[in-house]
Design a protein around this ligand. Structure first.
Ligand code: SF4
Length: 223
């Protein structure tokens, strides 16, 4: 990413953001308390920057970093505890260089896609408040403006979808897995979030998850 790309300065701002007092305290506390299996690791403990290919045609929007996932590693989705499904599906569809990713220095990078989230600080119980979502939406809004080649926006879960609907002023739209909304400039594609509650209960099956990215790739190249 070159120095003229506005995403990098935006990411620098996000990392220093302290707008949400509750989340700021929570991520710092979690970084001190840790969990046993990561007790030897130094946690990131700050808001998370987005990452990926700044010329991407596919934008993936998640909910928020996980307390012991992204908040530990400093990278959104693919290095969190649930991230295997994300990294694997992206690799499977030639959207990533590796099928797994465990830390920010492992050489994992994205191809023609970019990953961001509705909220950049890990929230307690994965539940940000309405105000926290509102505070953070300015960053997602700016990213959408800066990522000028984006054609398809994949929303992972209802919260990400609601955030995109607010930003793109999509009214009366319903979230459903595989749901598609065609706008003048973007195609919004919905998926269940690949959380454990969804993948381990069979609510989201691998084939259905994979189909989302097959479709996203297809739609990103069709005009
Ligand atoms: S959630 Fe977003 S707005 Fe709130 S402190 Fe974190 S980065 Fe800032």
């Amino acid at each position: 990413m070159n120095s003229k790309n506005p995403i990098q300065p935006l990411n620098n701002r996000i990392i220093k953001c302290k707008k949400c007092t509750r989340l700021n305290s929570y991520i710092k506390q979690i970084s001190k308390d840790k969990v046993k299996r990561f007790s030897n690791e130094k946690y990131w403990g700050k808001p998370l920057p987005s990452f990926g290919d700044p010329r991407a045609q596919i934008l993936i929007v998640g909910l928020a970093p996980a307390a012991h996932g992204g908040n530990r590693t400093g990278r959104l989705s693919p290095v969190n505890i649930l991230g295997d499904w994300v990294a694997k599906v992206l690799y499977h569809n030639n959207l990533a260089t590796k099928p797994t990713s465990h830390n920010v220095h492992d050489g994992f990078s994205l191809i023609n896609c970019y990953i961001t989230a509705a909220v950049r600080c890990a929230p307690p119980d994965n539940k940000p408040t309405r105000q926290e979502m509102q505070n953070c939406s300015i960053y997602l809004e700016k990213e959408i403006t800066y990522l000028q080649n984006v054609r398809v926006i994949v929303c992972l879960g209802r919260i990400a979808f609601d955030a995109i609907c607010r930003i793109l002023t999509i009214k009366k739209a319903k979230f459903s897995h595989g749901g598609v909304i065609k706008l003048e400039k973007y195609i919004v594609l919905c998926s269940y979030h690949p959380s454990r509650q969804n993948t381990q209960t069979g609510r989201l099956l691998w084939d259905e998850w994979n189909q989302i990215f097959i479709l996203a790739k297809k739609m990103s190249t069709n005009n």
